[in-house]
Design a protein around this ligand. Structure first.
Ligand code: GLP
Length: 260
């Protein structure tokens, strides 16, 4: 895994946004896998800025979001549909029909999940997947004990996730208990993955994901099996990595390193 450590969240977000923009400049019809949560907000803000002031074009881009709460309508302020439209889609020129987000209100989840997986394949697969991490080490909503080969399906949220996400709802009882989420296996099929984390609250999960054993108890650790993952971390999130000096040494030397 390539590990990049930044002094600030802003620097981390800008570097990750640049990686997305570089892909879109190389491949204007790229398929992006998108994440929600507070972590990618800075990245989305930067993409919006690049669209407005630097002409970054999304007119041929297709997106697939990782997950959605079961039971929340698209216009619910805490739904991931709402989040994505507010924080990214309404500010850029992506055609609405190119946007895919799991449905939290379908009346046939099994059929929807199969269709979602099929659509990803029909669109050529995900070129670049953005990921945050939960404090329990989950990616998307693949909670501890999720199969590392799992596909898009319904998951029951862990208590720690419900507690973490309660800050966005009026009261904890309002946090949905179920989510529809891409599986770990689905995520690992993306051609490239950007794994983002910031803040001290993520330091344990980041250390376990990057340096711990590969285990379904920390689904982010499955990223170790993927050949093209870049981790974008701020100093606090990186603070519990035992090999931090080595990663920083590689980062500092990368300019003069032989190119693969
Ligand atoms: C939720 C989402 C994850 C996200 C995580 C962390 O559980 N399903 O995709 O990575 O929250 O969120 P935040 O970035 O707000 O810490």
């Amino acid at each position: 895994m390539e590990i990049l450590i930044f002094d600030t969240y802003e620097q981390m977000s800008k570097a990750a946004a640049k990686a997305v923009a570089d892909l879109l400049n190389r491949k204007p019809n790229a398929v992006l896998g998108l994440a929600t949560g507070s972590t990618p907000l800075g990245l989305y803000k930067e993409l919006v800025r690049m669209h407005k002031y630097e002409g970054l074009d999304f007119s041929q881009v297709t997106t697939f979001n990782l997950d959605e709460y079961v039971g929340l309508k698209k216009d619910h302020p805490q739904s991931y549909h709402y989040f994505m439209h507010e924080n990214l889609f309404k500010h850029i020129n992506i055609p609405l029909q190119n946007i895919y987000i799991p449905s939290g209100t379908t009346n046939n989840y099994a059929a929807f999940c199969e269709w979602y997986e099929r659509r990803i394949k029909e669109c050529g697969g995900i070129d670049l997947q953005l990921l945050g991490v939960g404090s329990d080490g989950h990616i998307a909503f693949n909670e501890p004990s999720s199969s590392l080969g799992s596909r898009t399906r319904i998951k029951t949220l862990a208590h720690s996730t419900i507690q973490d996400n309660a800050r966005f709802f009026e009261k904890i009882e309002d946090v949905p208990i179920y989510a529809i989420t891409m599986g770990v296996g689905t995520i690992l099929e993306a051609r490239k993955i950007l794994f983002l984390a910031n803040g001290a609250k993520k330091a344990d999960a980041v250390a376990k994901a990057i340096e711990g054993p590969v285990t379904s108890m920390i689904t982010a650790s499955a990223l170790q099996l993927h050949p093209f993952v870049t981790a974008y971390l701020d100093r606090e999130a990186a603070s519990k990595l035992t090999m931090i000096d080595y990663y920083q040494w590689i980062q500092a030397k990368s300019i003069e390193a032989p190119k693969p």
